[in-house]
Design a protein around this ligand. Structure first.
Ligand code: GDP
Length: 366
């Protein structure tokens, strides 16, 4: 499209090539839209007709400008994270841009994935410490599940309380469930749906969605920031289904001896290298196959069985990359976005994952 058609909803230049970028409309729908004088991009169309929002791709420049504009405004920041993937939820540069006076409400989403018996107060304390390591001091932490929201009223009341008459910016990386949550909020604010507008962050190609609040202020949804190092980018869509948890995770505990290996499908590998026999607990999608074998033969075992017995395997046959840790307290070895294995103090272990997927250690969550 070179005749500079723009969406009448958000002003984005219309294009038919990339559904992830702003102004997208499939060619088939475009002709119809022009004929009917309803030239909305797919994103605005869905917002108007289904009250549904979609993520778009951000350039680093656009993202920096977006954050900068937030820092220039007096606002409450609602920072949506995925409790199952706290590191993968991290927005680099957020603390710097939030500004000293803007409070952050952390909405920790997807709690439905964690074991129900987990003590909620302990979880909040643990999150507070993890967030502190990201440089974030949360004014409050709110646990929720956007797919099964039971405390949406309470969340809205908390937002209203903390914002103290200011605008609200909702930020988050993609896949944390921000759209699902915003859609629930839109549904809950019946009657105002027609007043929802889209506009631009000045000087960027980024759309913002504005949901009116009672006092004339707005709740502003910002574009989801796409993170490249998520497991979602390493897997085929069909495999992703098997690897990402949908329901409450049932922890799987193994009594392991040193020199034993646990394969996590064909996606990751855990080696218990040194230390006394101990219980180690794995938190992964319940149907993801875990396979125990001897460390000595593990390389050959993987070469032989990846994609077959050990499934799913990464999209491109990238070798798994090894990361070694020595524990001084009860810790989790985290395979970012995929899950984790909790290990006791005083052991040496290695976690392996496809290139681009981080493996890290943290204080045990559970
Ligand atoms: P966004 O990219 O942050 O806007 O995330 P989406 O709203 O598109 O959600 C990403 C994926 O996470 C989707 O498959 C959702 O169904 C799922 N999801 C969102 N919220 C929850 C939740 O509270 N619990 C669970 N289990 N899944 C969720």
């Amino acid at each position: 499209l070179d005749d500079g058609l723009r969406c009448i909803g958000c002003g984005a230049l219309m294009q038919v090539d990339d559904p992830e970028k702003s102004g997208y409309l499939p060619m088939s729908a475009l002709k119809k839209a022009i004929d009917s004088d309803e030239l909305f991009c797919q994103r605005c169309f869905r917002l108007r007709h289904y009250n549904e929002i979609q993520p778009v791709e951000l350039t680093d420049d656009d993202f920096a400008r977006l954050l900068h504009q937030i820092s220039d405004t007096k606002a409450l920041i609602v920072y949506v994270i995925d409790v199952f993937d706290v590191t993968g939820s991290e927005i680099a540069g957020l603390p710097r841009f939030v500004g000293q006076d803007n409070p952050i409400l952390v909405v920790a989403n997807k709690v439905d994935l964690l074991p129900k018996l987990l003590n909620k107060n302990r979880l909040k304390q643990w999150l507070q410490a993890e967030l502190k390591a990201q440089g974030i001091k949360a004014a409050d932490i709110f646990l929720t599940s956007a797919t099964r929201p039971q405390n949406l009223d309470e969340l809205l009341a908390t937002i209203d309380d903390l914002r103290a008459g200011r605008d609200v910016f909702v930020v988050g990386v993609t896949n944390v469930g921000k759209s699902t949550l915003i859609n629930q909020i839109i549904k809950a604010s019946t009657g105002v749906q027609d007043l929802i507008t889209t506009s631009r962050f000045p000087g960027t190609t980024l759309d913002r969605i504005e949901i009116p609040l009672a006092d004339g202020k707005q709740l502003i949804d910002t574009p989801g920031i796409i993170k490249r190092d998520q497991i979602a980018h390493v897997l085929r869509d069909k495999d992703l289904k098997f690897a990402l948890p949908k329901n409450e995770i049932k922890p799987r505990t193994y009594q392991l001896n040193a020199a034993q290996t646990l394969f996590i499908g064909g996606l990751a590998r855990f080696d218990f290298e040194a230390g006394a026999r101990a219980a180690m607990t794995a938190y992964f999608e319940n149907n993801l196959n875990l396979h125990r074998t001897k460390l000595a033969g593990a390389d050959a075992f993987y070469d032989k069985h990846a994609g077959q017995l050990l499934t799913p395997a990464p999209q491109i046959t990238t070798p798994l990359v090894k990361h070694t840790f020595n524990t001084s307290e009860k810790s989790d070895i985290v395979f970012a976005g995929l899950g984790w294995i909790s290990v006791p103090a005083g052991v040496q272990v290695s976690g392996w994952a496809p290139q681009g997927v981080s493996v890290l250690i943290r204080k045990a969550m559970i």
